[in-house]
Design a protein around this ligand. Structure first.
Ligand code: NAG
Ligand code: NAG
Ligand code: NAG
Ligand code: NAG
Ligand code: NAG
Length: 654
């Protein structure tokens, strides 16, 4: 063999059995170390089926098997130091990646993969509850897989046979003593006031749960050195604060460590000197780290008096090189047998599910939030200009003018230049979005719907107040308009506990303030300029504890806000939508939308009608639209039409 062919063969034989075989190799970054405390936590949240890691993104390309190896090394380090390490997960493990969504039934492989990690406190997210079969699997698979550790403080399950309502998990809360420090822990597992759940689950509003006798007993009678509150709740959402306040009301001095999710952001919130929350991102990009020191034994007041409580936090990139760094290992010593087994199981599952099958080749990157939604390289421009007009067509009304409205939250990820695979379809839009329409809506009415759906605050709040009138068939409470947008933005809107009003649809140019990169580099990192690797773009988090949270120092990424909804106008050749006095407007249009926003669209129509802000064309009085006026527009899920479009339009080889 020549030297060249030897090198080629070696390149095909992976030196380490970490990561997925097709994942891009990790890149090094300047690192900040973890600060260990008396009790330490690793936190995952909103993994949404990304347990194979991000095969196309070098910063996050480790997989769930690698996390298992990592946790084993970290437990050993904790043992060596005589401190404690706990693992927590705050839900939304399902929906969002082919590894979960592509199988029938869904999650055929992921429940077994996920359970291989040993997790001390775990709870449900809202995505475990949208579909009845998902909630069934939660009750029959995940709860027993994490028996005794799965906490359902405000979540019940309804047995489909007996109709009996019972806690989703036997445990509303958990008390235990830690291995080394012998700290008494009282732990809870909450879900925010979610209302979109399937009928076989019941979510009790948080403010009600904290008044339950069992909760009051748990916070006042159980021996406790540290409260651990995990929740599928944004760190700045009112529900988390309500839990904190309920505990604080009867425990003025006991430290509280809170673990938040749902909002898909890295964040940490300082509640008081003895209470802090961490939120650990999304999609298995991030493994959150929190440590607490100065936790005294409640029985031993002397210890408590002398040591102040200290919290530290880090957002660990799911990057193999970083995992080596934090665990004091290298490529040889890192992978454990168990971790490698899980990595191999994931690779087999991906292969069985044909996730690598390519439907076409994306000619460029299309970004979800790294560009304004009107920019040519935004996912939403692609949708507005090509996919909605060309892929969502009803044969018998193909030439009828139509307005197609979709909520931006129906899209969840970027499209990278290169192979658009079966996996990509689930990643970009993991929802079972059905396409519906109301035929022949007066254009004067239909043209106003988008701006109503995108008006922030006052109109939507007023609409929500009137929803029982407008939406007689809708369950009360199921009208939280914030659900239309991506969760990342939900959290921004809720900043400081109130809905911010300045994120309008026209506000695309408003950019989130960026971290000063040089300041971040100076702050606590390796200062040797000659050895520091070049910065890779990634998270530059600012939270209540400062700018030094990310373990890897990144170059900042731009981030733009999104409107709740966008629309495509189709067959408007003669009309000029931007010009109200143009004469060739269609008289009526088909108003097409995703089933998810049906209730909002009907509410908007009712609002326009009531407010009299549209003048009805002569001979065409407005009518009150209800669910009965809505029909199916095309058969099948939106993602299937999207995939079909990719096959026909991006059919090049990559
Ligand atoms: C949760 O729901 C309850 C009952 O509907 C309500 O009173 C409370 O304000 C809600 N909390 C938040 C933070 O939305
Ligand atoms: C990893 O560390 C071990 C023990 O310290 C050492 O023997 C080995 O050569 C190292 N491997 C690599 C790839 O650096
Ligand atoms: C790895 O998988 C093999 C085959 O399934 C099994 O025999 C072995 O016990 C596993 N090892 C670990 C450490 O999980
Ligand atoms: C809400 O409904 C009431 C009673 O029908 C009506 O008077 C009011 O104008 C409505 N508000 C909005 C914002 O539509
Ligand atoms: C709007 O349409 C009217 C009628 O067709 C036309 O006279 C006018 O110039 C248009 N205005 C703009 C800004 O295009």
């Amino acid at each position: 063999m020549t030297a060249t062919s030897v090198a080629a063969v070696l390149a095909l034989v992976p030196l380490v059995q970490s990561m997925q075989p097709l994942a891009v190799p990790p890149l090094p970054a300047p690192m900040r170390p973890l600060q260990w405390g008396q009790i330490n936590f690793l936190h995952t949240t909103d993994t949404h089926g990304w347990h194979a890691g991000h095969l196309q993104e070098s910063q996050y390309s480790a997989d769930w098997g690698d996390y298992i190896s990592f946790a084993d090394h970290m437990r050993r380090r904790a043992d060596d130091m005589g401190v404690d390490l706990l693992l927590v997960d705050t839900g939304d493990r399902v929906e969002g990646n082919g590894l979960y969504d592509a199988s029938d039934p869904k999650g055929l492989y992921t429940y077994d993969i996920f359970r291989q990690q040993s997790i001390d406190v775990i709870c449900s997210g809202n995505h475990e509850l949208y579909q009845a079969d998902t909630a069934d699997r939660e009750h029959h698979l995940t709860v027993p897989n994490f028996a005794g550790h799965y906490l359902a403080s405000n979540l019940d399950y309804i047995d489909p046979v007996t109709g009996e309502q019972m806690p989703m998990s036997r445990k509303r809360y958990r008390t235990f003593q830690t291995k080394h420090q012998k700290l008494n822990i009282v732990a809870f597992g909450f879900l925010f006031n979610f209302t979109g759940n399937a009928a076989n689950s019941v979510v009790q509003p948080v403010q009600q749960t904290v008044r339950e006798p069992w909760f009051q007993y748990a916070i006042s009678k159980e021996p406790v050195d540290l409260f651990v509150v995990i929740g599928h709740v944004g760190a700045r959402m009112g529900e988390l604060r309500a839990i904190y306040q309920a505990i604080r009301a009867v425990n003025p001095d006991t430290p509280i460590a809170l673990f938040a999710g749902h909002a898909h952001v890295r964040d940490a919130v300082h509640f008081d000197d003895k209470a802090a929350a961490i939120a650990s991102g999304r999609y298995f990009e991030t493994i959150g780290w929190m440590s607490v020191s100065g936790v005294g034994h409640a029985q031993n007041a002397a210890v408590q008096d002398t040591a102040p409580i200290e919290f530290a936090r880090r957002y660990i990139d799911n990057n193999l090189l970083g995992l080596y760094y934090h665990s004091g290992t290298n490529a040889t010593t890192f992978p454990t047998d168990h971790g490698m087994n899980v990595t191999a199981t994931i690779a087999t599952a991906r292969s069985n599910l044909n996730l690598e099958v390519s439907y076409g080749c994306a000619p460029q990157n299309y970004w979800l939030q790294r560009r304004p939604h009107t920019d040519p390289s935004s996912v939403f421009s692609l949708l507005r200009e090509r996919i909605l007009p060309e892929a969502i067509v009803r044969a018998d009304r193909a030439n009828v003018p139509r307005i197609v409205i979709i909520n931006t939250g129906a899209m969840r990820f970027d499209i990278f230049r290169g192979a658009f695979t079966r996996d990509t379809t689930f990643i970009v839009s993991p929802f079972i979005s059905l396409v519906r329409y109301i035929p022949d809506v007066p254009f004067a009415l239909a043209r106003q719907v988008l701006s109503i759906l995108n008006s922030q605050g006052p109109i939507l709040s007023a609409m929500a107040e009137n929803t029982t009138v407008a939406l007689a068939n809708t369950r009360p409470g199921a009208t939280d308009w914030r659900e239309m947008c991506v969760p990342e933005q939900y959290s921004m809107r809720m900043e400081n506990g109130r809905v911010s009003t300045h994120f309008g649809s026209d506000d695309a140019s408003h950019q989130k303030p960026l971290t000063d990169q040089r300041a971040a580099v100076k702050d606590g990192a390796d200062k040797d300029d000659t050895t520091r690797p070049p910065l890779v773009a990634g998270y530059t988090t600012q939270d209540d504890f400062g700018q030094d949270g990310d373990d890897a120092i990144h170059e900042p990424l731009p981030h733009y806000r999104l409107p709740n909804c966008i629309q495509a106008e189709v067959n408007f050749l003669a009309a000029d939508l931007a010009n109200a006095s143009a004469t060739k407007e269609p008289e009526t249009v088909d108003l097409v939308f995703f089933d998810f926003i049906q209730r909002f669209v009907l509410a908007a129509l009712a609002y326009i009608e009531r407010s009299g802000s549209a003048t009805a064309p002569v001979g065409m009085p407005y009518r009150h639209y209800t669910d009965a006026d809505v029909e199916s527009y095309v058969q099948g899920k939106f993602t299937d039409h999207f995939a079909e479009w990719v096959k026909q339009n991006w059919n090049d080889e990559c």
